[in-house]
Design a protein around this ligand. Structure first.
Ligand code: F6P
Length: 326
């Protein structure tokens, strides 16, 4: 039987997401009462490379469950793809006596953690923290529900002004190469069209759709565009629609507003359950897995699956959004 783990390092990496603090809090408050020291690693992999380690106490996470962002700070560290850089990180971790890691982030962050396990046998547990919800093996990621609700609030406001001025709006939401945020806000916001990387609506169809609406007396419309690999693409869509139909549209790119704010109850609970699950997994000598939530139950998913497999927007949601927008 392996020695019980004495010191766990926890870090947030990649784009921040509301609910990351709730996950850190759960790690601290699960670990300390069971005799484990919890070390916060600041600024993700950058902090690992510069030994930015700080032992967290029970009260280090007081008053944080409701706060957006991450108290540990986050970042993207492109140089971590290099094995020689990871050697330095592993040496720093071993010197500090850190015997296991909890990485709160997305698939890029998991890749770094998986490599540390493969090359240096440092146990690692992933917690999916990203507004994009693009991680295989979990129904939802921490921050996604909050981001959808934040975007939806903006879309409802835009609808007020769109209706007052009889305007067509294109609202661009985040999500990188996945359309989860876009499809959810399109459904919940009653959008007339949604452009997502998984299923590109054609400009011709959109124009026909708007024309039919106008013929029925509709005076304003909202189209949702996922940013895809090309943030700002809503401006291109507006131009294409203008060329095809003469319709002028207003563009609103929601951007990083979607990443901030107080997490929803659902994100706080998800993060709390995942933080608890991650500590318990390390204490059970597990490694190289992600804590997911499927059908309301905590599951363990191989990190390699989370890194290599793609989670798809369910086609029935795409069909429903189309059906209801007519
Ligand atoms: O992955 C989260 C995310 O917010 C994406 O939706 C977006 O494309 C990206 O991060 C933006 O990253 P940055 O804040 O580094 O510009």
């Amino acid at each position: 039987m392996a020695n019980p783990i004495e010191k766990i390092g926890v870090y947030t990496s990649g784009g921040d997401a509301p609910g990351m603090n709730a996950a850190i809090r759960a790690v601290v408050r699960t670990g300390i009462p069971s005799g484990v020291e919890i070390v916060g690693i600041r600024q993700g992999y950058a902090g690992m490379l510069t030994s930015q380690f700080e032992t967290l106490q029970m009260n280090s996470v007081a008053n944080t469950i409701q706060r957006g962002g991450t108290i540990l700070k986050s970042g993207r560290t492109p140089e971590f793809v290099k094995p020689e850089v990871r050697i330095q990180a592993a040496a720093n971790l071993k010197k500090a006596g850190i015997g296991g890691l909890i990485c709160i982030g997305g698939d890029g962050s998991f890749r770094g953690g998986h490599a540390l396990w493969e090359e240096h046998k440092i146990p690692i547990i992933g917690i999916p923290g990203t507004i994009d919800n693009d991680i295989y093996g979990t129904d939802s990621t921490i921050g996604y529900d909050t981001a959808v609700n934040t975007a939806l609030d903006s879309i409802d406001r835009i609808r007020d002004t769109a209706a007052s001025h009889d305007r067509l709006f294109i609202v661009e939401v985040m999500g990188r190469d996945s359309g989860f945020i876009a499809i959810d806000v399109a459904l919940a916001g009653g959008a007339e069209e949604v452009f997502i990387p998984e299923n590109l609506a054609s400009i011709e169809r959109t124009v026909e759709h708007i024309k039919k609406g106008v013929a029925r007396g509709k005076t304003s419309s909202i189209l949702i565009a996922a940013e895809g690999q090309n943030p700002g693409r809503a401006y291109d869509l507006a131009e294409q629609i203008r060329r095809k139909s003469g319709f002028e549209s207003k563009v609103c790119v929601l951007g990083h507003i979607q990443r901030g704010g107080s997490p929803t109850a659902s994100d706080r609970i998800l993060a709390s359950r995942m933080g608890f699950g991650a500590v318990r997994a390390l204490q059970a000598s597990l490694s190289d897995i992600m804590i997911g939530m499927v059908g309301g139950k905590i599951v363990h998913v191989p990190l390699l699956d989370c890194i290599n497999k793609k989670k798809r927007v369910p086609s029935e949601l795409i069909e429903l959004a189309q059906l209801l927008s007519t």
